[in-house]
Design a protein around this ligand. Structure first.
Ligand code: MOS
Length: 726
């Protein structure tokens, strides 16, 4: 097996001498037809024989101790097979998602925490019976307000340690201009189109789970650990996943409960969470309070930047929203203070939701930059350009590739950037405004393996345990292999979504595409080397196109070179010295025009343009789709998304789409996405940086800044609902 741990900038042979030009093309999703014709089977589909259905019983109070569970009424309901609770194997919190059932403990961390599971002959009976289970609890601390005191200023959780470089107070005291404001963002739900669902069955001592999950390799380990069985005894299947947004990065309690129930009744069991239950059993993005302090000179050159926040988590949770993550390398300033404090609450787990840190952190920072530009009398793009760092302002490392200035310039040209004074443009009763914001998302490459087989018929198969959560994984893997081996896209078969395949990155942190395609690139390089050997050439000399290899005017069909046995290569890609030597991120600039009704305060987003630097673009359609999706979410969290807690009980007031308002078609205007493409040879062998989480970064701030420009009203508490504008 070839291993390439990015120890030097890397440019693969196949991507330089491939003549296909298929990589990067805006091809439609290769599995699209299967999806729209209903042939793609999701976690709740593909029902094994003898299936039973489960419903999950949630704790009726947000904190306290379980005293008694009375399942007699549920057990008496016709069609109920079993009611299970108090399984002693359930360790509390042993998961990469904290939304785990802890039946062994009588402590309740949040409202709706799973305390029992009902198994029945059909879903309706399972859910009805679950509602009949009586759970008696004694009250606990009932800390339900994420904006409450006390605040832990030295939390022991989270992956981003506090950063305090230089003397902030002294720098601010010396600065000619000081900016100081506080912004807040509410709870956001990672509400995927496909609610969380799992089907579990046992084949002897082996557990097979069909689950809606983003990172099945990690899920396999988590499931094995939770059940106390060997990892080899668990197989996770996720051929199709209907969205994730971070909410499916870990293992939800429904997976473990389905497995326990299936073992107990000796039949396959499936469970789908009702929409309202996903709000409790799946983590959410924390509420945040963000304090921004900036010191700069009269020209706007920043000397000190502080991004100091508070986020919430329950007592058993170890994730802490890394609020300033995107701010770290964004602007100049020798003095840099970044931290996130903690409020402990008795609410469902907070966790990684699309662009953890950046999504809400950029709201505060990019609104602050807009406000500071006005304070200085500068164009907001000019202020940002003056503060564009030459090297990573925290670590001093060189950037791998950073085309932020080009994103500003190209975006400004395409948008027709020509900002007018606040509240100065009016069309009838509509106030018109424009706004912009920077986008930044750290780039990560993680370990990924792939096997590529060149078959005797000249077709290729690529195998890796990646998932496609709607992002285009099937298609970009096919394009990568087609490009490398000079094959038509239809001659590449992609096998993913099965933990029996080589361990890969999974879909998370925007690292999936770059990492998995890099493993495929390296495996293809080994195949090129073997092909070159068979025709006595060097890999550099090969020209591959239409299933043929050409060397010095001689053309041979790949099928003729394979000779019976397939050529099989397995490769592993991962971060190495180059990932440490350079500072890596994806960048972008967001532009937005809004109309605000002067009478009602209604906001209509009229147009948005985003220009992005994501390294090599693997597929201009699926990459643009990802970015558009992020921008749509930006509209939604700027204007409507607002998870509201009833601070008396710890339950969510609006845990469904009826009252938690995501952006719908009528809210979303024409959105344009453009790329500044520069292959990043330091990022990974594919040269691709992360895409998925970049589009949401800065998007909400661009909307909020446009609203300010339209109305002259600065709202610092998201979402910007109309009552705040009147
Ligand atoms: Mo992402 S929040 O790692 O799916």
């Amino acid at each position: 097996m070839t291993e390439q741990m990015m120890d030097a900038p890397y440019r693969p042979h196949g991507l330089t001498n491939g003549e296909q030009g298929v990589l990067g093309q805006p091809l439609p999703r290769i599995e699209g037809a299967a999806k729209v014709t209903g042939q793609a089977t999701y976690a709740y589909e593909g029902t094994p024989a003898g299936i039973a259905y489960a419903g999950i019983v949630g704790a009726p109070r947000g904190s306290g101790t379980i005293e008694r569970i009375d399942a007699s009424a549920a057990e008496a309901l016709p069609g109920v097979i079993a009611v299970i609770h108090g399984d002693p194997r359930m360790p509390a919190g042993e998961a990469n998602s904290r939304a785990m059932p802890s039946f062994a403990s009588d402590t309740v961390f949040h409202y709706g925490q799973p305390v029992a599971i009902v198994v029945a002959e059909n879903q309706a009976v399972a859910r009805e019976a679950a509602a009949l289970v009586v759970v008696e609890m004694t009250p606990g601390q009932d800390r339900f307000d994420p904006r409450a005191e006390p605040i832990d200023t030295a939390p022991k959780i989270g992956f981003l340690p506090p950063i305090a470089k230089g003397d902030l107070d002294a720098a601010l005291a010396e600065a000619a201009v000081v900016f100081d404001q506080t912004y807040t963002t509410p709870i956001h739900f990672p509400a995927a189109m496909e609610p969380h669902a799992s089907t579990a069955w046992w084949e002897d001592d082996k557990l097979i789970v069909r689950s809606s999950n983003q990172v099945i390799g990690a899920a396999r380990g988590t499931i094995a650990q939770a059940l106390g069985i060997d990892k080899d005894k668990v197989r996770v299947l996720a051929p199709y996943v209907g969205g994730g947004f971070g909410g499916k990065t870990g293992v939800g309690p429904e997976v473990i409960l389905a497995a326990i129930a299936a073992e107990k009744i000796g039949r396959p069991v499936k469970v789908a969470l009702p929409r309202r239950q996903t709000a409790y059993l799946v983590h959410h993005r924390s509420d945040t309070v963000q304090h921004i302090k900036i010191g700069c000179d009269e020209n706007g050159i920043i000397s000190a930047f502080a991004h100091l926040s508070v986020a919430a988590q329950h007592d058993d949770g170890e994730f802490l929203e890394p609020v300033p993550f995107g701010t770290l390398p964004l602007y100049r300033g020798a003095v840099r203070h970044f931290k996130t404090d903690l409020v402990r609450v008795d609410l469902p787990a907070t966790g990684a939701v699309r662009a953890p840190g950046e999504a809400v952190g950029t709201f505060a920072v990019e609104c602050a930059m807009d406000e500071l530009a006005e304070q200085l009398g500068l164009d907001p793009i000019e202020l940002r350009k003056r503060n564009e760092p030459d090297t990573d302002p925290l670590s001093g490392k060189p950037f791998s590739t950073r085309r932020m200035i080009d994103c500003y310039d190209d975006g400004a040209t395409r948008f027709g950037w020509n900002p007018q004074p606040p509240a100065s443009v009016r069309e009838g009763e509509w106030l018109i405004g424009t706004g912009m914001a920077a986008a930044l998302r750290g780039n990560f490459t993680v370990n990924a393996e792939a096997i590529v087989r060149l078959e005797a018929d000249g077709r290729a198969i690529v195998e890796t345990d990646m998932t496609d959560i709607g992002t285009g994984t099937y298609t970009i893997l096919a394009q990568t292999v087609a490009e490398m081996l000079g094959l038509p896209i239809a001659d590449v078969e992609v096998r993913i979504g099965d933990t029996d395949l080589p361990p890969s990155a999974g879909s998370g942190g925007s690292f999936g595409a770059g990492s998995a395609c890099s493993a495929a690139v390296l495996a293809c390089e080994d195949i090129l080397t073997e092909l070159a050997r068979r025709i006595n050439a060097s890999p550099d000399e090969l020209r591959l196109k239409d299933g043929c290899v050409r060397v010095a005017g001689r053309e041979t069909a790949l099928a003729d070179l394979v000779r019976g046995e397939p050529i099989v290569a397995r490769a592993k890609s991962g971060p190495g010295a180059e990932s440490k030597r350079t500072s890596q991120a994806s960048h972008g600039a967001q532009f937005c025009e809004v109309a605000v009704n002067a009478v009602t305060g209604e906001v209509r987003v009229r147009r948005m343009i985003g220009v992005y630097d994501v390294g090599r673009v693997l597929n201009r359609k699926t990459a643009a789709n990802q970015l558009i999706g992020g921008m749509v979410w930006g509209i939604a969290y700027a204007l409507s998304e607002d998870g509201i807690v009833d601070t008396r009980t710890g339950h969510f007031v609006n845990p469904d789409f009826g009252e938690y308002h995501v952006a719908v078609n009528a809210d979303v205007p024409q959105i344009e996405v453009h790329f500044i493409e520069e292959v990043d040879t330091s990022a990974n062998p594919a040269g691709a940086k992360g895409v998925g989480e970049l589009g949401i970064s800065g998007a909400g701030a661009a909307v909020a800044n446009a609203i300010y420009n339209a109305t002259g009203v600065r709202v610092r508490d998201f979402p910007v609902t109309l009552d705040k504008l009147l």
